[in-house]
Structure formats: C-alpha cells, structure tokens
Design a binder for this molecule. Structure first.
Ligand code: G3P
Ligand code: CA
Length: 241
C-alpha cells in the first residue's frame, strides 16, 4: 500500500508548503498530494487548499482579490509562504508520485478550458525540461467535467476521480472516464466498493487516513494507496501491523 503525503507532511508542517513537501520526501513518502487553486488575475496555479485566505493566513477574502506577488509573500506559518505549481514541481524527485488535486468547482466550459490549457502548458514545460515525467503525475478532482476535458489535453498523465459520497458501483467511472484511479473518502469504504474498483481495472486510493484503525482497514481491504498527513508515523504503524 503506497503512502501519499496529504498536502505534504501536513500533520507537522504548514500544509502545501515547501517545508511540508521537503519533509514528506525526507520521511520516505511514496508520493505527495498538493491542492491547486487557479488564480484568475495572473492565470497561474498556486498550491493552496482554500479559495479564501482566512483559515491558513489570517488575511480576509478570496485569493482573486490579491495579486500573485501578494499571495507569494503571504505567510502560512513556520516561515513558509504560498508557492506556485512550478515551485512545487521543482522539488519533486523522479519516481515519486505527484498528485495534483484541482480545486475548481465550476462547470463553466470556458473557464475549464482556460485553466486546463494553462495546466497543460506548465506540465508540458516541466516534462520537456525533465523536471518530472508523465508516469509520476496524477491529476485528480472532485470536478469530473474538468477531469474529462483534461484527459484530452494531457493524454499521458494519469487521472483520478475524487469521490466524497458513497456510490453504489463504479461502472460509470470506468466505462466513460478511462481513469487510472478512484480516490475515495474513507467514510464510504467497504470491501464491495474496493473490489468493484479493482474489477473495473482501476486502483483505489483512500483519503484521509491517519488513524490506526483506518490504516488497518485499508490494508485489510487491499487498498492501493492512502493519503496521510503523517507519512513517517503511518509507515511505522504499517511496519508494526
Ligand atoms: O485528494 C484527496 C483529498 O485531499 C481530498 O480532500 O479536502 O483534503 O483536499 P481535501
Ligand atoms: Ca487535497
């Protein structure tokens, strides 16, 4: 079972920060998940979970109310600042999984096209500069419109549908979306669903798994990867089970 550091080693360091990414690598995570917000004024992606700055920075308002420069100077604690997607990619070693979660709630086609074309540009550049390879890139989202369109632009990347509800089966996802993975909320996990995902030829990744009983459940159900805020501690727990 692969260990994916959720927002980096975010249990101990500011989520989605350079420090959290570096610590996740140091702690031996198999992969790193980061959240991406599209900053409309600059057309850039920033590594940030929320649309609003308040929870993580104490500043008020939507990220689009600030310039990119202001955002990149914004503290997120422990001497860390908001970073761009390109800065995050530069830190990721070859062979480590990089899961980019696109936090975009719109179904507006024009915006989806604009931001996915930007993502295509950033990723094509990173691959051509040999900063990253297609096999290590996983793109996920709760927004399945975006996943569907993204696959046409980035056919060599792996795509995953994020699911936070409890579906009856995964036939729709496998047949209509040609995904690599289903990334499922731990709260809806059961043997039937994991088997169903596997039967459709997809891998099953589960979020967010920090608790020892949840780790045991994922191992017992043959889950392929878990997202955890504590990669080192989770690795140690798995070793001892
Ligand atoms: O990618 C899995 C998980 O990160 C999705 O939920 O809110 O932690 O981004 P959230
Ligand atoms: Ca996420």
């Amino acid at each position: 079972m692969l260990i994916i550091a959720h927002r980096g080693a975010s249990g101990e360091y500011p989520e989605n920060s350079i420090l959290a990414l570096e610590k996740a690598i140091e702690q031996g995570a198999d992969g790193i998940e980061i959240d991406l917000q599209y900053h409309q004024p600059s057309g850039e992606f920033i590594v940030f979970h929320d649309r609003n700055l308040l929870r993580l920075t104490g500043k008020t308002g939507n990220i689009n109310n600030y310039t990119l420069d202001e955002l990149l100077k914004t503290s997120i604690g422990k001497n860390q600042h908001i970073i761009t997607l390109a800065q995050a990619i530069a830190l990721i070693p070859k062979k480590l999984i990089l899961n980019l979660e696109l936090k975009v709630s719109t179904s507006e086609q024009l915006l989806i096209e604009t931001l996915m074309q930007k993502l295509q540009q950033v990723l094509n550049h990173a691959v051509s500069m040999k900063h990253i390879t297609w096999p290590q890139l996983y793109i996920s989202s709760f927004n399945h419109f975006l996943i569907n369109y993204g696959k046409t632009l980035l056919p060599k990347a792996n795509f995953a549908a994020l699911i936070a509800h409890c579906p009856l089966n995964y036939a729709t996802f496998s047949e209509t979306m040609a995904l690599a993975s289903i990334n499922q909320d731990i709260d809806c996990l059961n043997q039937e669903l994991v088997s169903d995902i596997h039967r459709h030829g997809l891998t099953c990744w589960v979020f967010t798994v920090d608790d020892i009983d949840d780790i045991k459940q994922c191992l017992a159900l043959n889950v392929d990867a878990i997202f955890t805020n504590f990669p080192q501690r989770t690795r140690e727990i798995i070793r001892q089970i």
